[in-house]
Each structure stands twice: as structure tokens, then as C-alpha cells.
Design a protein around this ligand. Structure first.
Ligand code: SAM
Ligand code: SF4
Length: 337
């Protein structure tokens, strides 16, 4: 049953009885990196007029929280390349009823933004880091400078965030050999780290996703030879599972959209920078919330209703396929990772 706009404590529920209380909001589709698994080398970005203004994003966030959303993650593209993003963070962080405001970033902007993000209310940060070798890092991100990202990780270490997690997409023959070093890097700094299976989002020619795919299970076996990993009971409502590293505060996660399917526990939706609510990472089912926001600039009722109605088209599950021609056309930077 879906929520009613008039109830005091509405909850977003889909046809399969899942409660949606987590939203990933893409602040921009633009980025200063061009990671080989996320983007093509030559990208066309959405014209600025089509991207939600920061005020529209904050309004949308407020309405989502009124509808029962407890956690919002700001992502992209790269959220830190959007001008005045700290202002947006501050406005969303101040929404009554929001339990957690998080951000996923490539880290390059953190030396400049870390303190402001913490002051503005960001609880948890995810920072992407696929290699500790500057040349490899450059090859994987095409434009990224590892030293800036390492300086960013250093800066957030001093800023007092509740939890910092590194995210690494692992590709066979590219950075799989660095998995132990990335884990050591995280453990030495008291950080968590999650390894992500590559997803077939967007047509790329840089590599064959099927050939470079590494499963979470293979990585866990690789790591279990040198660390004792204790499975954690906590459920994330997504395709990630965490293991505590015995003798350390750090946790190692494996994000397995391919090899594990946790769709029956899915608690989330995504909103693109243009205000399109995507009901599932692996499908195109979506609702244009920008049109509603702009048609009713001062009345939130139609927006609330559109969000509630959207729950009816949330697909039951995704079904990723790595075969060429079967991959989704939507790139990850459009999706809001
Ligand atoms: N720019 C920020 C960053 O890189 O952290 C936030 C956006 S990025 C799209 C979010 C996450 O998605 C990153 O950790 C990135 O590594 C991951 N990602 C991007 N494309 C992916 C793909 N095709 N498969 C799996 N993960 C992907
Ligand atoms: Fe940019 Fe993040 Fe995509 Fe890399 S993964 S290109 S940093 S949006």
C-alpha cells in the first residue's frame, strides 16, 4: 500500500511491500575525472538549464524527508565540482527528521571542502580510490591526480566525520593485484573499504566489461588468506555486505550487484541531476520530478503525490547483463552512483 499525502507519518512503500527511506541525489552529472568504467572519454553533459537548481534540490529533499526518507546520499557525477555545493549540504543537513546526510566523492576536492562539509552536516563520506600507483590511477581515471585524492583523504581524517569509507572498483588485470595494498592503506588509517563489482552502465569501448569482471567472492577469498574476516549481521538494504577485520575497527565491504541479488531488501531510489527519479539502478523506470517542481513552484502537494505514485512502478529486481548490446545506455555519472 502506498502512503497517503495527508497522514502525519507517511511512509513510501512499493508494490512488493518494500519501504523506501533512502535516496541518492545526484548533484551534477559533470566530473573532473573520466573513470574508464563510469564514462566514455568524450562525454556530453546535460545543459545547465535542465539541471535542478540547488534550491530545487533542497526543496525536493525536504519533501522526501516529509514522506519518510531517513537517509540522503549526495553523489553524481562529482558533487564537489558543483558550485556552492556546501550551501546545498547545509540546507539539506538542516532538514528536520533527516537522520543521515552522506556524500560520495572522488576526493580531489576534499582538501578544499572537507571542513566545510563537516560543518554543514555531512555524516559519512565515501571516497573512491582504485589505485595507489599515480600512473595507474591516472590511467583508470584518465584525468585524476592521485596526490590530490590522498591529500583529500588526509584532510577528512582531521575533520571528524562519523565514518569514512573508500570505494574501489576492481578490474581484472588492471588493479586486482592492489587489493591487499588498498586494504592495508585503509586499515592503517582506521577507514572502511568496499570493493565494487563493475556494473554495465553506459556503452564503453575502453575495455570489455565481461573480460575484466572480478567477483566479490574471488576478492573475499583472496583477502581471507591474510586476514580474518568476520561477517557482520547489519543489512544495508543494498547489494553490499560487510566483514569486520579481526583486531581492527575497520570493515571490508563487497558490493556485488552481479553475483548477489538483494533486490528484495531494496530500500532506495535515485534522483538524477535533472530531477528524474530512477526507481531501480538496472531499469529505465523513472518519473520526471523536475516538471512537477517547476509547474508548482510554491505548492508541494503535487510533488508529494508524484513521489508517492512513483512507488507503483518500482521494478521488483534488476538483471544485469555484461554482453555487448545488452548493457544499459545510461552512464553511472547520469545515474547517481
Ligand atoms: N564521483 C564520485 C565518485 O567517484 O565517488 C561519485 C559518483 S560515482 C558514479 C559513485 C561510485 O560509483 C564510485 O565509487 C564509482 O567508482 C562507482 N562506479 C562508477 N561507474 C561504475 C560502474 N560502471 N560499475 C560499478 N561502479 C561504478
Ligand atoms: Fe567521475 Fe565518479 Fe564517474 Fe569517476 S566514478 S568519472 S569520479 S563520477
Amino acid at each position: 500500500m502506498n502512503a497517503d499525502v495527508s497522514t502525519d507519518n507517511p511512509v513510501l512503500q512499493d508494490r512488493f511491500g518494500r519501504t523506501i527511506d533512502y535516496v541518492r541525489l545526484s548533484v551534477t552529472d559533470r566530473c573532473d575525472f573520466r573513470c574508464v568504467y563510469c564514462m566514455a572519454e568524450d562525454m556530453t553533459f546535460v545543459p545547465r538549464a535542465q539541471v535542478l537548481t540547488l534550491e530545487e534540490m533542497a526543496r525536493l529533499a525536504r519533501v522526501l524527508v516529509q514522506l519518510g526518507v531517513k537517509r540522503i546520499r549526495l553523489t553524481g557525477g562529482e558533487p564537489l565540482v558543483r558550485r556552492d555545493v556546501a550551501h546545498l549540504v547545509h540546507n539539506i543537513g538542516a532538514i528536520d527528521g533527516l537522520r543521515e546526510l552522506n556524500m560520495t566523492t572522488n576526493g580531489a576536492g576534499l582538501p578544499r571542502h572537507a571542513q566545510a562539509l563537516k560543518a554543514a552536516g555531512v555524516d559519512r563520506l565515501n571516497i573512491s580510490l582504485d589505485s595507489l600507483d599515480p600512473e595507474r590511477f591516472r590511467a583508470l581515471t584518465r584525468t585524476g591526480d592521485l596526490h590530490k585524492v590522498l591529500a583529500g583523504i588526509e584532510a577528512v581524517g582531521h575533520a571528524g566525520f562519523r565514518r569514512i569509507k573508500l570505494n574501489s572498483v576492481i578490474l581484472r588485470g588492471r588493479n586486482q593485484d592492489e587489493v591487499p595494498a588498498l586494504v592495508d592503506f585503509a586499515l592503517e588509517r582506521g577507514l572502511d573499504i568496499a570493493f565494487i563489482e563493475e556494473m554495465p552502465l553506459g556503452a564503453i569501448s575502453e575495455h570489455d566489461r565481461a573480460l575484466e569482471f572480478v567477483s566479490s567472492e574471488a576478492l573475499r577469498n583472496q583477502l581471507s588468506q591474510r586476514l580474518t574476516l568476520v561477517p557482520m549481521a547489519e543489512k544495508t538494504g543494498g547489494p553490499s555486505r560487510y566483514w569486520q577485520v579481526l583486531g581492527s575497527d575497520s570493515r571490508i565491504g563487497f558490493i556485488s550487484p552481479h553475483s548477489q541479488n538483494f533486490c528484495h531488501l531494496c530500500n532506495r531510489v535515485r534522483i538524477t541531476a535533472e530531477g528524474r527519479m530512477l526507481l531501480c539502478l538496472g531499469h529505465e523506470h523513472s518519473v520526471d520530478l523536475r516538471a512537477v517542481l517547476r509547474a508548482h513552484p510554491t505548492d508541494d502537494v503535487p510533488l508529494r503525490q508524484a513521489i508517492i505514485d512513483a512507488m507503483a512502478i518500482k521494478p521488483e529486481r534488476h538483471d544485469f547483463n555484461l554482453a555487448p548490446g545488452e548493457q544499459l545506455v545510461r552512464f553511472m555519472n547520469m545515474t547517481g552512483g
